[in-house]
Design a protein around this ligand. Structure first.
Ligand SMILES: [Zn+2]
Ligand SMILES: [Zn+2]
Ligand SMILES: [Zn+2]
Length: 88
């Protein structure tokens, strides 16, 4: 896959969400729009359309570059530092 960055290329087993919730928003009762699962540590957090944007904050602060969509029926990976998408 020539257009895929090295971070996405290193994902050989996709990590799926343990629970279909944002693991930070549920601590404070906050709302989210869509969910993303970190492919480094497996945490599920909310997307950039959500008020708290926990997934992109986590990617920057923990240096975990790649997430998948945790939404049912969506099968794609995204790398934050490279702004790169791939389907799986
Ligand atoms: Zn990358
Ligand atoms: Zn959240
Ligand atoms: Zn992570």
């Amino acid at each position: 896959m020539p257009d895929t960055c090295t971070h996405i290329a290193e994902v050989d087993h996709v990590k799926h969400p343990r629970r279909h919730v944002c693991e930070e928003c549920i601590k404070t009762g906050a709302q989210w729009v869509h969910l993303r699962t970190c492919q480094t540590c497996g945490v599920t957090l909310c997307c950039d359309s959500s008020p708290n944007r926990h997934a992109s904050h986590h990617a920057r602060s923990a240096h975990h570059p790649v997430i998948i969509s945790a939404e049912p029926g969506e099968r794609w990976l995204y790398c934050y530092p490279d702004d790169s998408f791939a389907e799986y």
